[in-house]
Design a protein around this ligand. Sequence first.
Ligand SMILES: NC(=O)c1ccc[n+]([C@@H]2O[C@H](COP(=O)([O-])OP(=O)(O)OC[C@H]3O[C@@H](n4cnc5c(N)ncnc54)[C@H](O)[C@@H]3O)[C@@H](O)[C@H]2O)c1
Ligand SMILES: O=C(O)C[C@H](O)C(=O)O
Length: 253
Amino acid sequence: MTRDDLFNINAGICTTLAQAIAQAAPKAFVLVISNPVNSTVPIFAEVFKKQGVFDPKRLFGVTTLDCLRASTFVASVVGEPTKASEYVVPVIGGHAGYTILPLLSQSQPAVPQSIMSDKSKRDALIQRIQFGGDEVVEAKAGAGSATLSMAQAGAEFAGKVLRAAFGGETGIIAPSYVNLAADEANAKTIRGEIGKDLEYFSVNVTLGKNGIEKLNPIGKIDEAEAQLLKKAVEDLEPSIVKGVNFKAPPPKL
Ligand SMILES: NC(=O)c1ccc[n+]([C@@H]2O[C@H](COP(=O)([O-])OP(=O)(O)OC[C@H]3O[C@@H](n4cnc5c(N)ncnc54)[C@H](O)[C@@H]3O)[C@@H](O)[C@H]2O)c1
Ligand SMILES: O=C(O)C[C@H](O)C(=O)O
């Protein structure tokens, strides 16, 4: 089963939840975890638009688990598994397979050259990050997906949104899959970087008291990442369209 297989069940559930949020809490910060995130976030946005309450600064797709996996697997490959929390690896694109694009070239601390210049080691590391979620789903064989690691990721991301919105903290940056209209000025740069006029993409987001304060451009990536970016964009586009075009069946009487 892939995240896309969940669309048929979760699209309807997300529509119902979005309608309830639009009516009961139209100013809420909405953090979407339900898969396929690449399509469910557009579903939320479309419902909010219809209800006249859409604020792209307050809608987030939660991709934090991809970053947790990236730092965990990088630290492990480097031989420092206990130092995973010290590694920050930006992950952009979306939250499924090849749309998950870890920017190893931007890792802090840097990934050693012995890995970066060894194609097979580097490819294996990227594959592990991209398909770590599928690994868990397969291993659980129908009994759900990531739980403890998702709890850590969800808590980390929600904590950041709350600290920025209500705790007065500034400069908090977190990756998230968002509607690029949240920051049109930087969206223009990001669309130029990805070479496509996409409505949704995951980038590093600067959080503030109103939610998304700034979308951070991708910045410098290397040739291998530029190739992976093309594939990510190619796979992401139909998932966005699927979410945007979803029409929930009328409720059963
Ligand atoms: N974004 C991520 O990184 C990430 C990570 C892990 C899981 N997920 C996604 O999170 C979702 C939940 O995963 P899980 O492993 O916790 O699944 P789960 O099956 O353990 O839990 C799903 C819960 O949803 C409830 N539910 C079912 N139908 C509902 C409805 N109509 N309205 C409200 N609630 C309903 C069920 O009772 C159950 O408690 C899935 O879509 C999964 O793919 C996302
Ligand atoms: O639930 C899934 O399909 C996997 C989940 O999104 C994950 O990344 O662990």
